[in-house]
Design a protein around this ligand. Sequence first.
Ligand SMILES: [Fe+2]
Length: 329
Amino acid sequence: MSDYLPINSNSLRADTKIGCDLHLLVKTSTGSRYVLYCGGDTIFEDDKREILVKKNINRLFIQKEEQGEYFKYLESNFQNIMSDPRIPPYELTQIVYNATANLVKDLFKDPRVANIKRTKEFAHNIVDYILQESKAAHSLLKIATHEYYTYTHSVNVAAVGTLFAKNLGFEENDLKQLCSGVLLHDIGKTKISTDILNKKGKLTEEEFQEIKEHPEKGVAILKETGNGFRDEYVVTLQHHENYDGTGYPYGLQREEIHSSGRIVRIIDVYDALTTNRSYSKAMRPFAALLEMKENMINYFDKEMFNKFICFLGPYDPRGEQRESDKLQN
Ligand SMILES: [Fe+2]
C-alpha cells in the first residue's frame, strides 16, 4: 500500500490543477482510510476549497510517489503561497526547502536549459522569502537535512550561504546571484562518472583529477545555455579555490577569489562535515567548526570564517553558542 504524506490545504490555490491526487483521511468503524478528494488531472475548484474551509480541514494527503508533482506545483505558485497568512512560518520554510530540493533533484537528473532557468527563477523567490520572513534564518538552518545527497547539499549550502551573505550586508541583487550560483555550483558533477562520485574508498590520482574538473565542466554547462548565467559562473568556478592558493581549478588566492567564492568555500566544507557521508558520520556543528579551524583554516578567508562562527552562534540548534565563542581567536 502507498505511503501518504500530509500537506497543508492552504497551500492549494482555487481553480488550479495540482498535478497529484488529493486525499482526505476518513475515520471508519475499524480505523481510518484515505479517500480521493480531488484527482490530480482535474481542477481544484473553489467550491472544493470552500468545503475544506467550512469544515475546518487544513490537512490533505498525497501519495509519497507523487510528492515531486506537488513540490513542482508549490514552486509555480510560490508568490501566492508566500503571501498567504494562513500558512504558519515553519510550514512555509518546509515548502521552500522541499520545493528547492525537488527542483535541484530535477536539475541534476536533467541539467538542461529549462531546469537551469527554473533554478535561477526559484533562487530569486528564496531570496524574497529570506528578506521578507524574519524567522527564515532560524527555521531554514534547523530544517537543513543531515543526510547527504548532491541535491540536498546544494540546497543546504544555498540556504546557509544566502543567510550568511545577508548577515555580511550583501544587497538583494547580489544575494539573488549568490543563491542561484550556489544551487547550480555542483552542476558539473553531472558530467563526472557516478562510480567515482559514489566511490567509498580512497580515490586514485586519475579519479581525483576527474573530480577536479567539475567546476569548469559546470561553467561549460551554464555557457551552453547562453549568456544569462554570467553571475553564476563565479561560484561554480571558484567554490574549490582555497584562500592560500592550494585549491582548484586555478589555484587562485586571497582576494583573487570573489567574495561569493570565499563564502561558498566555507559553507561547502561546513555542510559536508555536518551531514552523514558514506565514509563518515555527521559531526556536530562545534566539532565541525573546530576541525575547520584546526586543520583547514588556510583554505578560508579567516576574517570571514570568524564572522561565520558569530553568525551560526545564535542559531545553533544544539545551543553550543558558548563553546563556539571559544573558536574565535
Ligand atoms: Fe564542488
